[in-house]
Structures are given as structure tokens and as C-alpha cells.
Design a protein around this ligand. Structure first.
Ligand code: AMP
Length: 249
């Protein structure tokens, strides 16, 4: 059974995001980039499927500029067998990524494709769902537990007030949630080994995919700055401030 795993290169989760002066987006020059955290969880789960003998091959896929090779090398160092870079400098929106991934799925025929539940840069939470619709496959989103057998995929999702367990008929699109696993750090020997693993490159045109953006970003703004708090000396003063200054009571 082959498993595909989608990995996106995003601004590192520890970086303080700065909005560009012209409000067209966030600053990306000289900013540390990393694999989207939910995709690290996807790679970890795929590698665990291989280690348990359930999966025979793990293929990592990324769409974006040549810099995504670095993200793919991380996936390879974590244990993926090979990688595919869909190379483009165009801005990719979720629908374009879903179409690209569908084209790769059509070529590779995996039984399962793992994606993150959302990319921490655009927070769209859309690509997995769009991909499942385009493929006509079963989908399990925001999964916190996964069991794969020959004929069934069993997933658990955290929902309001409890856990939901679903059985899916494969092939399936699965999106990872935080509690699915704790991704491993790639060891130095595995980082070295990953340098020899293959990364195939294609461009969207070769896949017959039109990646033209369908959405226009009008403006990106910083959230309003929070003003400093004040200490009040009595409950009476607190109530007055809440009523007269904050206007909340
Ligand atoms: P989003 O719908 O943008 O929040 O992204 C959800 C998931 O789709 C991510 O966690 C990735 O697994 C996948 N994805 C989004 N964009 C890309 C990309 N450019 N390359 C590979 N995977 C992607």
C-alpha cells in the first residue's frame, strides 16, 4: 500500500509574523521557513504506517518554488522514501493545490493521502476537503487516531464534547490534527541518507493543471495593538471603569 503525504513550506511557527508595509501580505524575505507543523504530523503518521508494515512506500509531495526541496528533504530525513516537487513560482491557493495533488494521485495511485488539517500561513483548512471532492474519495478530517487495514480505514476525530470514530472505505483523504502523534526529529544519519533519496520535479503545466489564483487578497493588516492594563484599587472603581470606560456592563 502506497501512502502519499502533502508537505507545505511555511513561515516557521516560532517566527514573529510582520505585515508588509504596503499591506499586500506578510514579510517573507530573510524569514525562517519550515515544514507546516500539521504536515510533520502527516509525515510521522505515514512513516509509522511503513514501520508497522502497513504501508509499502511513503511519497512526500510539495508544491511551490525550488526552496520546497528543503522541506521535502526534511520529509525524506524523517523516513519518506521519495519525493515529488511540483515546481512553480505562482502563488498557490487551496483549489490549485488540490488540483495539483489530484493529478499526482492519478499518477501514483496511493491508497491514502495525508495532509495537514490546515496550513499555518493561510489557515484555509480547505485543501484536503477540496481534494477529496475532486477525487470522489472518502475523507477523514482533523484526525487524532488512525487505523489502516486492507479494506478499511478507521479514524477518530475530536469533536465538541467527545470523540467521533468513523470507518471509511479506502482510498481516502485524511487530514491530521495536533494530537495524532508527536513527530520525530530527523537524526543526523537519516539527514545524510535523505540527501541520496530521489526528488522528482514536474511543473503544473505537465500535470495539465491551471493554477491561476481565483481569490484576490484585498488587504493584510496587523491586529490592533493591545493597550496596557491598569490596576484598580477597589471593586467600585472596577465596576465604574467597566461601565463608563469599557462600556461592557
Ligand atoms: P490549507 O487548506 O491551505 O489550510 O492547507 C491544508 C494542507 O494542505 C496543508 O497542511 C498541506 O498538507 C496541504 N497543502 C497546502 N498547500 C500545499 C502546498 N503548496 N504543497 C503541498 N501541500 C500543501
Amino acid at each position: 500500500m502506497k501512502v502519499l503525504v502533502a508537505v507545505k513550506r511555511v513561515v516557521d511557527a516560532n517566527v514573529n509574523i510582520r505585515v508588509k508595509a504596503d499591506a499586500t501580505g506578510v514579510e517573507l524575505s530573510n524569514v525562517k521557513m519550515a515544514m507546516n507543523p500539521f504536515d510533520e504530523i502527516g509525515v510521522e503518521e505515514a512513516v509509522r504506517l511503513k514501520e508497522s508494515g502497513t504501508a509499502s512506500e511513503v511519497v512526500a509531495v510539495s508544491a511551490g518554488s525550488s526552496a520546497c526541496q528543503e522541506t521535502l528533504r526534511t520529509a525524506l530525513a524523517m523516513g519518506a522514501d521519495r519525493a515529488i516537487l511540483v515546481n512553480t513560482d505562482m502563488e498557490l491557493q487551496p483549489l490549485a493545490v488540490a488540483k495539483i495533488l489530484k493529478a499526482i494521485v492519478d499518477r501514483e495511485n496511493p491508497k491514502v493521502i495525508l495532509l495537514g488539517k490546515q496550513a499555518i500561513d493561510d489557515d484555509s483548512n480547505a485543501t484536503g476537503q477540496m481534494l477529496a471532492a475532486l477525487l470522489g474519495w472518502s475523507q477523514g478530517t482533523h484526525i487524532s487516531k488512525l487505523l489502516v487495514t486492507d479494506n478499511e480505514v478507521e479514524i477518530t476525530r475530536e469533536i465538541d464534547g467527545g470523540l467521533e470514530t468513523l470507518k471509511l472505505t479506502p482510498p481516502s483523504v485524511l487530514t491530521t490534527d495536533l494530537r495524532l502523534n508527536e513527530p520525530r526529529y530527523a537524526s543526523l544519519p537519516n539527514i545524510m541518507k535523505a540527501k541520496k533519496k530521489p526528488i522528482d520535479e514536474v511543473i503544473p503545466e505537465e500535470l495539465g493543471v491551471d493554477v491561476t489564483p481565483r481569490l484576490t487578497v484585498l488587504k493584510v493588516e496587523e491586529p490592533p495593538k493591545r493597550s496596557a492594563g491598569v490596576k484598580v484599587s477597589s471593586v467600585k472603581e472596577l465596576v465604574e471603569k467597566l461601565r463608563d470606560e469599557a462600556g461592557v456592563i
